[in-house]
Ligand binder design. Structure first.
Ligand code: AMP
Length: 186
């Protein structure tokens, strides 16, 4: 089963993805984690993306599509993939559908974690000091939220049109959100 965890920054996608990995033998594919690993390794890719990420802007479609493509084979050996933070643009979503179709696979479900902007800003305010992420600061967060609202949220009708979109209330506790996701997964 291939699943997309969809939602704004700080909605809890990463936390919930990790829980599903432990419980269901799936592979988490987080483009944010892959890009942070590239930066930490000092690679050429890392150097290219670090300023963009720090500002809170999206890196190019080409880069993240390539990163995902290179990891698809291992997801087939496992119980499928949890896409976390990918796709973030229509071009990425279309590329993902093409890449999966080429391997005889597809996205089965898109779970949207619904959290409103004001709640996110409050939630993240406490995280700025402790997270250690250079893009967890008020200025970059506004840009990340804006990127979500303008470039990523338009994917919702795309997946709704495919009949794959399920909404889960992301405002509750970690356990309450987890229960909502489990219910959506059936
Ligand atoms: P995340 O950890 O998912 O919040 O991603 C952190 C940052 O990595 C984002 O703000 C973007 O700069 C970059 N990034 C991660 N995934 C993508 C993606 N699918 N498309 C473009 N940029 C991405």
């Amino acid at each position: 089963m291939n699943l997309i965890l969809f939602g704004p920054p700080a909605a809890g996608k990463g936390t919930q993805a990790k829980r599903l990995v432990d419980g269901r033998n799936m592979v988490q594919l987080s483009t944010g984690d892959m890009l942070r690993a590239a930066i930490a390794s000092g690679s050429e890719l890392g150097q290219r993306v670090s300023g963009i990420m720090q500002r809170g802007e999206l890196v190019s479609d080409e880069i993240v599509i390539e990163l995902i493509e290179s990891r698809l084979p291992e997801t087939e050996a496992a119980g499928g993939a949890i896409f976390d933070g990918f796709p973030r643009t229509l071009a990425q979503a279309e590329a993902l559908d093409r890449m999966l179709a080429g391997r005889g696979a597809k996205i089965d479900l898109v779970i949207r974690l619904k959290v409103d902007d004001e709640a996110l800003k409050k939630r993240i305010a406490g995280r700025f000091a402790e997270s250690g992420r250079p893009d967890d600061n008020p200025e970059s967060f506004v840009i990340r939220l804006n990127a979500y609202n303008t470039q990523t949220a338009p994917l919702l009708p795309y997946y709704q049109g495919q009949g794959k979109l399920v909404e889960v209330d992301g405002m509750g506790s970690m356990d309450a959100v987890a229960a909502g996701i489990d219910k959506a997964l059936g």
